[in-house]
Design a protein around this ligand. Sequence first.
Ligand SMILES: N[C@@H](CCC(=O)N[C@@H](CS)C(=O)NCC(=O)O)C(=O)O
Length: 216
Amino acid sequence: MAQLDFYFSPGACSLATHIALEETGAAFTPKPTYTRKGQTRTPEYLALNPKGKVPMLGIDGKMLTENTAILIWLNRTYPNAKLLPAGDALKEAEALAFVAWCASGVHPVMSRFFGPQNFCDLPDSADTIKALATKATAANFAIIEKAVTGKDWVFGDWSVADAYIFVFYNWATKLGLDVSAFPNYGKHFERMKQRPAVQRALAREADAMAAMDKAA
Ligand SMILES: N[C@@H](CCC(=O)N[C@@H](CS)C(=O)NCC(=O)O)C(=O)O
């Protein structure tokens, strides 16, 4: 079995990969790397990942980045975990399309809430940026709401698509966004929290957060 080193920041998008790793049951070494403390921007980290981002998975010392790529690798390496639909090429491609949209469509819009100054540095522009992000996020959440209406999981059986959308609802609640128009997405969030793998990932992230806050 490969030696796995998992670089994550508590509450960040790396939670999608964190949950998937827990679902595989693979042994890995957690490497908490706090974005808000600039720990992805140190020379040491940038030497491993010049993009300065989490998640990153060290696989026998080789560094793999991007949630989508890591999730595909985990799915191929641990097929028993059924991280993506198996046996139907189209269904698998549809699930990958959903995951790619999470990474390229939903996440970048929500990033505007966390760093509006990275999108426009005109004075007093933050509120407008956040208002536009709220509108665009609501449109994305409406798509997710439809995807989880009338079923427990996005693709019937649980998949990493469910782990990824968990991240965004978690962010929305922390940001205090109005999620009342997305009741089935809310139920999906609660269902996710019942999964032992999700509970283990959340507990590790909470412990890492507490340790980092204590060290501050
Ligand atoms: N496209 C990347 C995005 C990764 C990303 O944006 N990660 C954020 C956390 S959610 C990060 O590491 N930010 C730290 C920084 O930019 O300094 C993926 O899907 O894995």
